[in-house]
Design a protein around this ligand. Structure first.
Ligand code: NAD
Ligand code: UD1
Length: 339
């Protein structure tokens, strides 16, 4: 199978590429490296002991996309490329709408032009209306509360309309919960620019000594210990969900949407203590004010992915912390370490 992967050099893309190559897929990674490094692709090739084509380009550049896709002749597209920082999306909404929405439209137009009708799209749990109590099922009402989340919600609708207008089209929309962890080798992982916003990379930096302490945002939520609860999913499980979705998209027409999580809830303090076990050190923290826009709890109902895709997560929080610490301690400067 030939697969065209936008955003393939990123955190989730790189892990998915390794699994695709190990399944003998012919892969083209298309990325503008705005939030990633070509070093990730070099490491992917080494890990998979297999080659891939990489094209540096922007999904908003229709001509560049078409040239790359005509050369790749893909059977399917996995669409990871996009901007993803929630805070930044409120400061620069137009960049987010342009990059994510205009880029996705250009991608679908190019797929039409080259006759590729299968897509797997990276959506997010952030599309759900936070007024609804977790766990979320795919039928729950949507109501993203920031520009980033709205780009995902709108792209979902665009893909749904595109699939409805093309009887031979197949689209799988995956709503990721909280992706964390790294490849077991410690060679690829999450490499956020600057001070991380998300919990797991922040904890990893505190453990490594490059940040002084974790601020726990809120200790008075209605959860088991008062701190926010999330459904963390190992990036390797998330990668395998894409392979399952590709298989599905190859056989079923139309558009469907799947939650991708574990269905299990972990609080901030539970995650912190699991990370302490993994790294063998105490991690300093202080409970502070709630972060604006946070919900108490976000957990997936994962029964649909199991029933229809035949996929379910294998890894637990201990695996997530162990692999994340392995990546962090082997690559204190992320991909700046080079090949
Ligand atoms: P990432 O930033 O590591 O990867 C995204 C990749 O897309 C990067 O390599 C970046 O350089 C590339 N890119 C961005 N804009 C581009 C453009 N215009 N043209 C070409 N390439 C472009 O992010 P990730 O964590 O791997 O996320 C992948 C996808 O999953 C994103 O769409 C993200 O919104 C979505 N998602 C991520 C999370 C998460 O927590 N990581 C959760 C839910 C959904
Ligand atoms: C965030 C995004 C969401 C995105 C998801 C991807 C926000 C508001 N939401 O979700 O759109 O899909 O990442 O993974 O940014 N926490 C701390 N201290 C920290 C960092 C986080 O206590 O320094 C807490 C948070 O309050 C939350 C939990 O850790 O309870 C997880 O936070 P985070 O990793 O940022 O993910 P989300 O907020 O769930």
């Amino acid at each position: 199978m030939r697969v065209f992967v936008t955003g393939g050099a990123g955190f989730i893309g790189s892990h998915t590429l390794v699994q695709l190559l190990r399944q003998n897929a012919e892969v083209t990674a298309f990325d503008n490296y705005s939030n990633s490094s070509p070093v990730a692709l070099a490491r992917v090739k080494r890990l998979a002991q297999s080659d891939l084509s990489s094209v540096e380009g922007d999904i908003c550049n229709r001509a560049a996309l078409e040239t790359a896709m005509r050369a790749a002749k893909p059977d399917a597209v996995i669409h990871f490329a996009g901007l993803k920082a929630v805070g930044e999306s409120s400061e620069k909404p137009l960049s987010y709408y342009k990059n994510n929405i205009a880029g996705s439209i250009a991608l679908l137009e190019t797929m039409d032009a080259v006759g590729c009708r299968n897509i797997v799209f990276s959506s997010s749990a952030t599309v759900y209306d936070p007024a609804k109590a977790a766990p979320f099922t795919e039928e729950d009402p949507l109501g993203a509360v920031n520009p980033y989340g709205r780009t995902k919600q709108f792209i979902e609708e665009i893909i749904r309309d595109w699939a409805a207008a093309n009887s031979d089209a197949s689209a799988a929309i995956l709503r990721y919960f909280n992706p964390v962890g790294a490849h077991v080798s410690g060679d690829i992982g999450e490499d956020p620019v600057g001070i991380p916003n998300n919990l797991m990379p922040f904890i990893a930096r505190v453990a490594a000594g490059s940040l002084p302490r974790l601020q726990v945002f809120g200790g008075d939520y209605p959860t088991s210990d008062g701190t926010g609860a999330r459904d963390y999913i190992h990036v390797e499980d998330l990668a395998s969900a894409h392979l399952a979705a590709l298989k599905y998209a190859a056989t079923v027409k139309g558009c469907d949407v799947f939650n991708i999580g574990t269905g299990r809830s972990t609080t901030v303090l539970e995650m912190l203590h699991a990370f302490e076990q993994a790294c063998g050190k105490a991690i300093a923290y202080r409970i502070t004010e709630r972060r604006a826009g946070d919900v108490a709890s976000s957990v997936a109902d994962v029964s649909k992915a199991k029933r229809i895709l035949g996929w379910q997560a294998k890894y637990d929080v201990a695996d997530m912390c162990q692999s994340s610490w392995n990546w962090q301690s082997r690559n204190p400067k992320g991909y700046d370490n080079g090949q």
